[in-house]
Design a protein around this ligand. Structure first.
Ligand SMILES: [Zn+2]
Length: 447
């Protein structure tokens, strides 16, 4: 599709012509093996044989062809060597790329359209890159990111998201010479392995369509389930606010549609301390864990963990999910849903039993008794003791000191909820409605 955009600026009429390949690349470099998965020998197969040559940027230049259906690529001393299944040399050079003469290329059990490039890493092993047309790439992503059995309008919304996501993440793995990997770190992609009529149709019906905001690409972030409200990007990832990534109260999603979207996790004080330490926080024996700030959307924005010495650490933004290993940022702790804390979960235990107000006292260095009591809902020592009294850790029943996180939703909560898209599609909304609900102020354009 070709469109002409015109605008009157001062005395000049400026017309910009755009076509399918003008503004955005239509070839995506997908890393299929790299780093820890790099190949000492990369094996590719094609029933049609191969063209061999090199990549010139995103373009494959063919230097020769072979009828061999299996090729092994290795690297040594500055030279890439290509051999057939019998070990006979087929091609060698200072660089190498290959493309099936027709149809797909099989690598590691999956079939892909497009050329393959091989880059030697410092280990001598090979990074394997699939140069995929963006539409083939989207068809290879969709069935992994959303069930092919879901309504077509939800799949179309996912297709536009996935296209906008990958164009917003070009060069993410630049140090390895490709754009995106094929795992959940970027988007899962395994060529035509799960190709399905529904997902192919969703890609075809939205061919080349991307999200735009204020004349620029809007990155199509998505996640599984909002649990009730999405969230502003800065409240999850920090950084500056992105105008199209605003939290919305999700009136459409049915979180109960998946058992993973309504969840509860109970952690002991020790498990919480371990998780905090693993995440780089310094904390002693955990005495209290509570939500100390929520966003306007009601999602958790800050959790404060206090240890038995009174020292606190504050966990913010998306870390309130990842540090504790939770499904979402939308939860309560021990049923506490207030925005300012007030949890009384820091009960003092002696010999495994909870100590109630007035039933237990400690004698301070001044000889006076300090009783267990509560002030503003917090368990404290009260009485005439003027010295600080510390209940020893041995007196605390570690088995009783647990925290239950109960929540809804699954994922980071920024952008489109996939379960929400599914609900909206079932209610009769189309993919444009879905995308405009989850991405504030966007339009949908041809890339
Ligand atoms: Zn990645």
């Amino acid at each position: 599709m070709k469109r002409i955009f015109c605008s009157l600026f001062a005395l000049f009429v400026v017309c910009i012509s755009s076509s399918a390949s003008a503004a955005y690349t239509d070839i995506i470099r997908v890393g299929l093996a790299y780093g820890s998965t790099a190949k000492a020998t990369a094996t590719i197969k094609s029933t049609s044989g191969f063209k061999l040559g090199s990549m010139n940027g995103l373009t494959f230049n063919s230097a020769s062809t072979t009828n061999e259906t299996t090729l092994n690529i290795t690297y040594a001393n500055g030279t890439y060597n290509v051999t057939n299944s019998s070990g006979k040399s087929v091609y060698s050079g200072a660089n190498v790329a290959a493309e099936a003469i027709s149809g797909t290329t099989n690598f590691d059990g999956y079939d892909y359209y497009g050329a393959f490039g091989f880059n030697a890493e410092s280990s001598g092993k090979l990074t394997v890159i699939n140069y995929a047309n963006i539409e083939d790439y989207i068809k290879g992503v969709l069935p992994y990111e959303m069930s092919a059995s879901w309504p077509i309008e939800a799949l179309k919304a996912q297709a536009v998201c996935a296209r906008s996501f990958v164009l917003g993440n070009l060069n993410k793995h630049k140090s390895y010479g490709f754009d995106v990997c094929n795992t959940t770190n970027c988007q899962v992609y395994h060529g035509i392995e799960r190709a399905d009529a529904n997902t192919d149709s969703a890609a075809d019906q939205t061919k080349g369509q991307i999200l735009m905001y204020d004349g620029k690409l809007a990155v199509g972030y998505f996640f599984s389930s909002s649990g009730g409200a999405t969230e502003n990007n800065e409240n999850v990832w920090g950084g500056t606010a992105i105008p199209y990534l605003r939290g919305v109260v999700d009136i459409y999603e049915d979180a109960s549609a998946s058992s993973k979207n309504v969840w509860s996790v109970t952690l002991t004080a020790e498990q919480i301390a371990d998780k905090l330490k693993s995440a780089g926080y310094s904390i002693g024996e955990v005495a209290d864990v509570k939500v100390t700030k929520r966003t306007e959307m009601g999602n958790v924005n800050e959790v404060t963990v206090t240890d038995t010495t009174g020292k606190s650490v504050v966990i913010k933004n998306g870390n309130v999910r990842t540090v504790f290993g939770l499904n979402s940022i939308r939860y309560t702790i021990n049923g506490d849903n207030s925005s300012s804390g007030g949890s009384t979960s820091s009960a003092v235990y002696v010999n495994g039993s909870g100590v109630t107000d007035g039933s237990f006292y400690a004698i301070g260095a001044d000889g006076n008794k300090a009783y267990i009591g509560s002030v503003n809902g917090k368990t404290v020592l009260t009485g005439s003791g003027t010295e600080k009294v510390t209940v020893s850790s041995a007196a605390r029943a570690t088995t009783s000191n647990t925290y239950t996180f109960s929540g809804t939703g699954w994922g980071h909560n920024v952008g489109m909820s996939q379960y929400g898209a599914r609900s909206m599609a079932k209610m009769g909304f189309n993919y444009t409605d879905i995308l405009k609900f989850y991405f504030t102020g966007i339009t949908i354009s041809q890339m």
